[in-house]
Ligand binder design. Sequence first.
Ligand code: ADP
Ligand code: ZN
Length: 644
Amino acid sequence: MLPPALLGLIINSQSLQLLRDVFGYTAFRGEQQAIVEHVTTGGDALVLMPTGGGKSLCYQIPALLRPGAGIVVSPLIALMQNQVDALIQLGVKAAFLNSSISADAAREVQGRLLRGELDLLYVAPERLLMPSFLTLLEQVHGNANTAFPTPPPEGLREGVNSGIALFAIDEAHCVSQWGHDFRPEYRALTVLHERFPSVPRIALTATADTPTRGEIIERLALEQARQFVSSFDRANIRYRVTQKSNARNQLQAFLNAEHPNDAGIVYCLSRKKVEESAAWLKERGWDALPYHAGLDAATRSKNQGRFLREEGVVMVATVAFGMGIDKPNVRFVAHLDLPKSMEGYYQETGRAGRDGLPANAWLAYGLGDVVSMRQMIDGGDAPEERKRLERQKLDALLGYCESTTCRHQTVLRYFGEEHPGNCGECDNCLEPVDTWNATQAAQMALSCAYRTGQRFGAGHLSDVLIGKATERVEKFNHQRLSTFGIGKELGATQWSSVYRQLVASGLLEADAEAYGGLKLTETSRPVLRGEREVWLRRDADPAVQKAGRKAMRAERTAKAREPFSGANEDRLWLALKAKRMELARKQGVPPYVIFHDSTLLEILNCRPCSLAELGEISGVGQAKLAKYGEAFLKVVEAEKLTSE
Ligand code: ADP
Ligand code: ZN
């Protein structure tokens, strides 16, 4: 047995070599190297890393370094194919087993596993837990060649690779009953530890909250595992919250300005709204597709396939879409409805920009959303305890929407992480929001709700405050009230902003029984008595907001197009993308499996002249260099000739 320090050195140099040769990357990111070393030497690990942080390498490299096949448990059947395709492109011997393949194909994969012909095997949890499969694993484990460390890899190891290298439990938060990804089979995965105590386990998730972490440790019996917690900041995502006026038009303006050709996801709350919004976008020329749990499986898988394999598809979806979507170049995530919680918001927006390039998280929200979300919770049939939790979660999200400070800071604070603020990238940092002392306005708004019997919505209450003698006002005799016309200094938009913020901060609540009539709460009393000040954000005047947006857009476009300085660059960029698509189509894989956008961008910037130069570019490993090097060099060469 080697002394641990020496073993560590050997592993670090071997893992770096694999990182370069196989994956084509120059350096590990963040905690990756420490995790790789820990797992390769046989330790259990719990890895909490944001989406796009680079979790896959944390088990792929140890699986290559340790003797035997790495068994990866993943609930994402639809994506196993892509993950395996991507590995095969890198020259790794990978396969998957799930219900989508035939019995014959499954037998063939099991045979390869038994013969020691696999580096990585992806398995669905229900398949893994089958008694016959566990027996097979025991047989494989019994064949193990325990010599370790293995000799330094030369390219990838040839020959027999027997035994089990590790168990990776991906999307480990699926053990949690509280998330919407709960998978009962995940709880049975403790069997791995019981039957294979000598095989290291690594559990990975991008779900950041502490209760979920605790549940993972408990449910998977990972008490002894070392925890690796990364920063959850997604610095490349620009968060933005817009006040809703006409949400679809606002969405279209946003897409036109910033994402005319990009792939992205638009989240809606209901299936109906998904269908309508997808159709609406399609009519206006967007390549938009719907996705929700009510569509049949064939349509869902077809739409998801198009989103993954083609460029520039906009997926309009409920939250049923997205878990584990590993498309790296999703450039925006837009919300037409409020997510249910900060966790949901973080997870959904986190699907943008996995490749680390700039991406947008855009959310439009208004008073109507607050009211309907509150009603949905109150009117649902969950037990009271659950409802209270849901209310708290919604309140935290509303606090975020209304906050006037750095969005990155607010998001991270929610997950218990410090961030210095002033990111210079979110809406609040780019266009600082004014606040105003709205104590008097709040008093007027609250007493108006009170005097009208606490059963009217914000529209009618504003009419009363402004002193508009509408039919409804007259019907209820509200022109006689002392609050009639006392709020003339503010317009209807401003009153609606006041009411939205009062509801969002809990000074008013929407009555589920009275069709969303606004009621006072315990906390409104001190405001009415003049014991508490109320400060509200000054919503940007739509005209001003437009100008601001224009400025942001100009700066943004400049950024996104940084590598382009002229027509030649544009042409080369398109030619590189076309070559990638051609190669992807031939093999029936998504384009990013060939090369990521970031790799293409680097080719565009560096204009490599030789295979050696191309091999230096991040994302170009040995296998891809051999397979595609010539093809891409030719594209660069051809562009040079035409531009001379
Ligand atoms: P996660 O599973 O954590 O969301 P992935 O494993 O899919 O993240 O990695 C996200 C992206 O970052 C992928 O495109 C991956 O190839 C890339 N990546 C991961 N590690 C590195 C690294 N050390 N250097 C460069 N790129 C990396
Ligand atoms: Zn900021």
